[in-house]
Structure formats: structure tokens, C-alpha cells
Write a protein that binds this ligand. Structure first.
Ligand code: FE2
Ligand code: FE2
Length: 322
């Protein structure tokens, strides 16, 4: 991600001052991060693979009334979450952290901030490793077919947004903002699964190890976001601002393509699969859930003055995030 690919305005003295106020969240990284202090979880999966309440599809009558199907749907949900994590870390978060660590960001970072980006890079590599380890176990335990998962929704949407805007906005700038958003969204999965006593301890422990590290990443990107935003020219803010609500949706919306594939894999025909998904995902409910899950990030946008431009406000309203 060479710096020349970013389209940004000049450094401002205000940004330099804000940046000097940086306080590292990684003071105790050596003692608490998974990669520096914890072993790989080796246990087998004994218990539920996932919290049923976090899998809307599992509550549909066609699934809930068949214990085998129900368990398989939960197991695929775990595998989908793990594969989502691997791709997010390796293909998206780490290329951005690598650029930040090498001083190729569009803003000037202190040595401490660059080294903290490198710490996040190490964390994410560790996450991909423990997630792959657990993926292998869940596939073996429940006899899952990896091809059912496919490319995750967030990656398909991100690729499309980059392609649609390639003549207007630098792809690397879009990727930087996507990562800044995704790193500040702590999902319900990371929050709820570790404390669900029905879920297999190895799954809860892996997701908890991930959540602990991510809570620090979120602090880092919360500090970075307003600096990045105020560094853009008004024209760049307007263009990126139109994309922000779509990036939030890309990360939080249910992956219906994967769930359609899963239903077909479970033996439902095309019409049945589509009908089940329509019953499970009511548009108003999905929009309300995305807005709820996005709350901390929407607050970050607000305190960064993202909504001061009317056209950006409108874009968020169009995506039911205001
Ligand atoms: Fe991570
Ligand atoms: Fe992270």
C-alpha cells in the first residue's frame, strides 16, 4: 500500500497536536495479548458450537424442529464466523496495519503509533492462526463442507464499492476507512458467546481471547479515525462520507448468500430457501439491528463531525443509520 496511492490533503498543525495526545492502549500488551502470553486452545468441541440466539436462521421452524439440522446450522455459523475472521485479519486489517507501521498512512504517525500498528498486526496474525485451528476442529467434529461458506458478504461488498469508485477514490483510502470502521465495531458474537454456558468451552475461550485483543484495537482506531477524517479535503470527505454507511452495512448485515447456500446444502429447493430467508430476515428488523450494533461507531462519526455535511447526513439516513 504505497503512500502515493492515497489521495489526501496536506498535514495540518491541528492534526499534529491531536496526534501528540496519543496514549497507547498497549502498555500491558506483553502480559495480556494472546500472541505474547497465551497458549493455543487444544480442547475438542464439547457443547453447542454457537449461541442459538445469535443465529436467526436456527429459530425458523424448518430448522428448529429438526435437532440434526439445528445443530448443523449452529456449526456452520461458527465456521462462517471463523472464516470471516481469517479473511478480515489477513486480507484487510493487516495490509492496513502494515502500511501504518511503515509510515505509509496519509497522516503522520509517531513511532509509538507505528509500533502499536505492528502490535495489532501481530495480534491479527495470531487470531487468524487460532481461528484456523478451531475451524479444522469444527469441520471434523460436525463433518462440514467448507465450500458452503463462500466469499463473505463484507468482502463482496467492499470489492464492489472499490470497483464502482475506482476513478473517484483511491482503493487504499476506502480500505483504510473500512478497517477503521470494522476495528471499532465489537460484534455481538465477540460480546455474547464467551459468557454463554451452553457453548463449548473451547469456542468460548477462543472468541474471548479474540475479544480481549480487539478491545484494545478499538481504542487505537478510535483515536486514529478523527485524525484521518479531518485530514481529508471537503471533497474527499464528501466522497468517503457517502461510502461510510455502506461500509457499516457491509460489516454488520447478515450474509444471506451464505445462508442461501447452506439451506440448499441442507436439501431445501431454491424457492424454499428464499422463502425461509424472507421469513427470517424482515427488512425493518435487520435495519434496526444494524443500527443498534453500529452505535459505538456512529458515535465516533458524530464526535468526529462526519455529519456536519448535509449530503453525508442524507447518505446515513438513506441507509437507516440516522
Ligand atoms: Fe482480530
Ligand atoms: Fe483487530
Amino acid at each position: 500500500m504505497p503512500s502515493s496511492l492515497f489521495t489526501v490533503s496536506n498535514f495540518s498543525s491541528v492534526n499534529q497536536v491531536i496526534n501528540k495526545a496519543y496514549r497507547t492502549p498497549f502498555k500491558h500488551w506483553d502480559e495480556f495479548s494472546w500472541i505474547r502470553s497465551k497458549p493455543m486452545q487444544q480442547d475438542s468441541i464439547s457443547g453447542l458450537p454457537f449461541s442459538p440466539e445469535l443465529v436467526p436462521l436456527a429459530s425458523h421452524q424448518a430448522i428448529a424442529t429438526d435437532p440434526n439440522r439445528w445443530m448443523t446450522v449452529l456449526a456452520y455459523r461458527l465456521l462462517a464466523h471463523l472464516q470471516f475472521t481469517t479473511l478480515l485479519e489477513l486480507n484487510h486489517v493487516n495490509p492496513v496495519c502494515s502500511a501504518l507501521a511503515q509510515g505509509k498512512a496519509p497522516i503522520s504517525l509517531t513511532t509509538e503509533q507505528k509500533n502499536d500498528a505492528l502490535r495489532i498486526y501481530c495480534d491479527e496474525g495470531g487470531h487468524a492462526l487460532f481461528v484456523e485451528n478451531l475451524s479444522k476442529k469444527v469441520k471434523e467434529t460436525f463433518n462440514l463442507d467448507h465450500s458452503v461458506i463462500g466469499q463473505p458478504q463484507f468482502e463482496r461488498t467492499l470489492d464492489r464499492l472499490i470497483l464502482e469508485n475506482q476513478t473517484r477514490i483511491s482503493p487504499n483510502l476506502i480500505k483504510l476507512f473500512f478497517v477503521s470502521i470494522s476495528e471499532t465495531l465489537v460484534t455481538k458474537v465477540l460480546k455474547d458467546v464467551p459468557s454463554d454456558p451452553r457453548v463449548a468451552p473451547v469456542v468460548r475461550d477462543v472468541i474471548n481471547d479474540h475479544a480481549v485483543d480487539e478491545s484494545l484495537h478499538s481504542v487505537y482506531f478510535r483515536h486514529l479515525f478523527p485524525i484521518l477524517w479531518h485530514h481529508l479535503s471537503p471533497d474527499e470527505q464528501e466522497k468517503i462520507g457517502q461510502l461510510l454507511p455502506q461500509l457499516v452495512w457491509a460489516f454488520l448485515t447478515p450474509d444471506r448468500q451464505y445462508e442461501y447456500n447452506l439451506l440448499r446444502h441442507l436439501g431445501f429447493n431454491k424457492e424454499e430457501a428464499k422463502a425461509i430467508l424472507e421469513e427470517v430476515y424482515l427488512p425493518q428488523e435487520v435495519a434496526a439491528e444494524v443500527k443498534q450494533a453500529a452505535k459505538p461507531t456512529l458515535k465516533m462519526f458524530e464526535s468526529s463531525d462526519v455529519f456536519s455535511m448535509l449530503s453525508i447526513q442524507q447518505a446515513f439516513a438513506d441507509y437507516e443509520l440516522l
